[in-house]
Ligand binder design. Structure first.
Ligand SMILES: Cc1cc2nc3c(=O)[nH]c(=O)nc-3n(C[C@H](O)[C@H](O)[C@H](O)COP(=O)(O)OP(=O)(O)OC[C@H]3O[C@@H](n4cnc5c(N)ncnc54)[C@H](O)[C@@H]3O)c2cc1C
Length: 371
């Protein structure tokens, strides 16, 4: 059988695109290594977050906000297809600042982004300590908290139920899941593609290379260019606690079930998903400086995940100039962009042309001659 689309990579990006293609009636295969592979999709913090995204790349800021605008409807579809709560809430996100210097740095970032875009980069407000206390009347903030930036449109979700909902939706729409396969080769096959794994060969008219850290090996086989490197992130979760933080923060977030998530780190070039005492201690100490009550909380788990990251941190989307029908998609905020990947990006792949609003996210920007 020849599929309309084969998506390589069952992480947050590939599964969202595969779901979007199958939900639009395309015969879609999702080829993936499996649950025990290195997969950022099962390690992340679940923030749907616009703050600070797109400095130097207004198209990324706009694409992020577009995805956030699609999220409430998308979350309803995910909850309905999976028959369970995915923990989605649109209650804004805070980035807490410890000390005046951090607040000033955030102020300067907002200012730069405002100037680059010629208007508000996103509806992000700077709030001082007094305003923050008014927003969080029942929270005892640490003495060093000078204020925060607040983005009221931002949201959060529970990452694992989201991934499960995407799989469930994909299968319900007739998609074919092919796990436990490592793709080693993509070749042309008549007018389409042969996707060769260690188990079998899948034939498809279109192929989407969306396998995170596996992209640099596979993409060049079909004329795609997507430099991706690993960036480690560590996380901590506490036991379930009584409600203490009604608005999530960028490094400290209480999910609906009461657990508080703490983290994360950004460790360039680290490809081993290991935690370190020094990093976990730093993250925990910062979280306790924001909310001192956390000092008494019991930690139940810590983990690390490896993000696929591009050289400038912005996503890459491309249709191959030499092999039309072959696409690559990669980003470092796959949860935030999930609604855009399942929606307009999947629709555009089926139509054979990437959306105009991601034109600036083409990898030609890394080519000195083209740039
Ligand atoms: C600690 C941490 C916190 C994060 N917090 C957030 C957050 O709050 N908000 C947010 O938006 N994002 C967050 N992220 C980032 C988000 O998780 C990633 O952007 C997203 O998971 C990337 O999706 P992906 O599908 O590209 O890669 P992955 O999720 O890593 O999936 C890649 C998949 O490709 C498969 N694969 C690889 N090579 C092959 C091959 N040759 N053949 C077949 N399959 C292959 C793997 O098995 C895997 O399933 C965080 C990440 C980390 C690590």
């Amino acid at each position: 059988m020849t599929y309309d689309v084969a998506v390589i990579g069952g992480g947050m990006v590939g599964t969202a695109i595969a779901y979007g293609c199958a939900a639009r009636g395309a015969r879609t295969a999702l080829v993936d290594q499996g649950d025990l592979s290195l997969r950022a999709a099962r390690a992340n913090a679940g923030l749907i977050y616009s703050q600070g995204k797109g400095e130097g790349m207004p198209a990324y800021a706009a694409w992020t906000r577009h995805s956030i605008s699609l999220w409430p409807t998308f979350a309803e579809a995910m909850a309905s297809v999976s028959g369970r709560d995915i923990g989605f809430r649109q209650r804004g996100v805070l980035a807490f600042c410890l000390g005046e210097e951090e607040l000033e740095t955030r102020r300067a970032l907002l200012h730069r982004m405002h100037n680059q875009i010629g208007g508000p980069a996103s509806p992000v407000h700077l709030v001082d300590r007094r305003e923050l206390e008014a927003m969080l009347p029942d929270v005892r903030l640490g003495e060093r908290v000078a204020g925060a930036t607040y983005s009221p449109e931002d949201c959060d979700v529970n990452a694992l139920p989201l991934l499960r909902a995407l799989y469930t939706g994909f299968l319900a729409a007739g998609g074919v899941h092919l796990p436990e396969r490592t793709v080693g080769r993509i070749t042309t096959d008549g007018g389409g593609f042969a996707i060769v794994s260690d188990r079998d060969t899948v034939h498809a008219d279109k192929v989407v290379v969306a396998c995170g850290l596996g992209i640099p090996t596979l993409a060049p086989m079909v004329g795609l260019h997507a430099p991706v490197h690993p960036v480690r992130g560590q996380m901590i979760v506490t036991e379930r606690l009584a409600p203490m933080l009604p608005i999530p923060g960028s490094g400290v977030r209480q999910i609906r079930e009461g657990v508080v998530q703490i983290g994360t780190t950004m460790e360039e070039g680290e490809s081993v998903p290991a935690t370190s005492v020094a990093d976990l201690a730093r993250m925990a100490s910062r979280a306790a400086a924001v909310i001192p009550a956390l000092s008494a909380a019991r930690i139940v788990r810590g983990w690390a995940g490896i993000r696929p990251m591009t050289p400038d941190g912005f996503p890459i989307y491309q249709q191959s100039p030499s092999h039309p029908g072959a696409y690559v998609a990669v980003c470092h905020s796959g949860v935030t962009l999930c609604a855009a990947h399942a929606g307009p990006l999947a629709e555009a792949i089926l139509a054979g042309r990437l959306p105009d609003n991601v034109a600036d996210l083409h990898p030609d920007r890394f080519d000195v001659h083209t740039a």
